[in-house]
Design a protein around this ligand. Structure first.
Ligand code: MN
Length: 511
């Protein structure tokens, strides 16, 4: 189990008060969850501390980490919102409550409403930090899914693929997306998973050894060419994304050119192009495979140079060249704007010259307290660094957006604030304007339901027809043949569909 000290060891801040906060949240959670067990039989704190650790390790601030440690207290223990508020204040309470609310958003297995569900999910969270906590919570739950009763495994894994993976993707969080989809893959598509493994085994590649060998060749050449500061790493393609590619390529793994990839992370765009030149001199590029995503970024903002080469050992490698900023952006997406520190570039060794250039490639640096201003936890990121795709999220907004508002509130205001998403009892999602009532809901489902609405339950409780609905509400309409709309309904119906139907029914009654 991760200890409070392990987690504190990961945070960027050197402030005593931040360490105390994390220690306090850790102890508070340990006490609240005392006696609770996971399905695995392990103490519940194994889960809690792991989520806190993941958040700290990815560079989130102390309040986000503390909220991560407290994320299951309100839902699963006698701890109340008042307790959290008293002990930890409003900001942490807001985050913990946000995560708690998200747990009521469930995947019901109706494929056609995935997009609404994702919107509901994001709308319910409001603060992007809530989503980041939730994604790490789900990541640890997926890592331990084998202990969960089999009948629950499939639902959780499908929910992961249908809801969490697309959210991580949308937020540009490539690293967690890959981890989540590869963990869910064998549960959701067991036969396909087996087939991918078989294809890989038939190819019989000792991928890691091959990659390590080629990496040494590349490192030497880059250093010999006078490149001062670079970092290399490699990866084998994720199984789930390999599966999708194999489907497109008629299961011929020989034409999957990005099965093995090498990454070179450098310090400037200029060095990216220089590195590309050095690599094309070292290894023979495959024609037509060069992609300049720096000059032409992908729609989700991804930037890198890609090329595919054949090495002297006949290994086909995709090479991805990027700056450290681009790398961080591709791994952590929106979260990278909230981070305190540069996270570690995975599985690599930096060049022998790295020490000459301080501040670069120093993993898990804890120097910030000394030579860097401490960022606010609720970061207001550098506006110029906000990728275009995030700015574009709110393109339907008529609001003048060249103000200094940070993107968290931009997302909240522009993207979701005008709509709510509510459920039918069988889990279908209905998309309505803010302020909509059960009458709007009923007519959105079907005019006959609206025209004969006799009663309504929201979250299983009887309510008045003019009750404002909220995100995530489950709405159940009772109909009676004799029931009819009244003039009063026009006062609280919000949608034009509902108003039109009410008016025409009223007119029909008079005539
Ligand atoms: Mn949890």
């Amino acid at each position: 189990m991760k200890t409070a000290a392990d987690i504190i060891g990961q945070i960027h801040s050197g402030l005593e008060s931040d360490k105390e906060l994390i220690e306090k949240a850790y102890n508070f959670a340990a006490q609240a969850h005392d006696g609770h067990k996971r399905y695995s039989g392990e103490p519940y704190m194994v889960h809690i501390s792991n989520v806190g650790f993941k958040l700290a390790a990815m560079g989130m601030g102390p309040r986000t980490v503390a909220a991560g440690l407290l994320h299951d207290t309100i839902e699963d223990t006698p701890v109340t919102t008042l307790d959290i508020k008293r002990e930890f204040g409003d900001e942490i309470l807001f985050l913990v409550e946000g995560v708690t609310k998200l747990s009521s958003v469930r995947y019901y297995g109706t494929d056609r409403h995935n997009e609404s569900l994702r919107k509901l999910f994001v709308a319910t969270s409001q603060d992007i930090r809530v989503l980041i906590i939730k994604l790490n919570d789900r990541l640890h739950n997926m890592e331990t899914l084998s202990h969960v009763p089999p009948e629950k495994q499939l639902r959780i894994a499908r929910e992961t693929l249908e809801i969490y993976v697309p959210i991580a993707h949308r937020l540009g969080m490539g690293k967690i997306r890959k981890e989540l989809e590869d963990l869910a893959f064998p549960y959701v598509y067991p036969a396909e998973y087996k087939r991918v493994i078989e294809v890989l085994e038939k190819k019989n590649g000792k991928y890691n050894e091959t990659l390590e060998r080629e990496r040494k060749v590349l490192q030497k050449r880059l250093a010999d060419s006078g490149l001062l500061d670079f970092h290399t790493s490699f990866r084998v393609k994720g199984l789930f994304s390999l599966y999708h590619k194999l489907k497109r390529k008629e299961w011929d793994i020989a034409v999957v050119y990005d099965l093995l990839a090498m990454r070179v992370v450098v310090t400037s765009v200029e060095d990216c192009y220089r590195t590309l030149g050095i690599i094309h001199e070292l290894w023979r590029p495959l024609p037509g495979r060069m992609k300049d995503y720096i000059a032409f970024p992908k729609p989700n903002g991804y930037k890198s140079l890609h090329t595919t080469v054949t090495t002297q050992n006949e290994t086909i490698l995709e090479i991805q060249i990027r700056t450290k900023d681009m790398h961080q952006e591709s791994e952590f997406g929106i979260a990278s704007h909230l981070m305190y520190k540069q996270p570690v570039v995975t599985a690599g060794a930096s060049s022998k010259f790295a020490n000459l250039i301080p501040s670069l490639f120093r993993p898990f640096s804890r120097r910030a307290a000394v030579d860097e201003k401490i960022k606010e936890d609720s970061a207001v990121p550098d506006k110029d660094k906000i990728p275009t795709w995030i700015k574009q999220i709110g393109t339907h907004s008529t609001k003048d957006s060249n103000s200094e508002e940070d993107f968290i509130s931009d997302m909240r205001d522009d993207f979701f604030s005008n709509r709510i998403f509510v459920f039918t009892p069988i889990g279908d999602v209905v998309d309505l304007p803010v302020g909509a009532t059960p009458v709007d809901f009923a007519f959105a489902i079907h005019s006959e339901i609206g025209n004969h609405m006799a009663g309504v339950k929201v979250n299983k409780k009887l309510v008045q027809f003019d009750t404002a609905l909220h995100n995530g509400d489950i709405v159940e309409i009772e109909t009676k043949k004799s029931a009819k709309p009244t003039k009063k309904w026009l006062d609280f119906a919000k949608t034009s569909v509902a108003k039109r139907h009410i008016r025409s029914t009223l007119e029909a009654q008079i005539n």
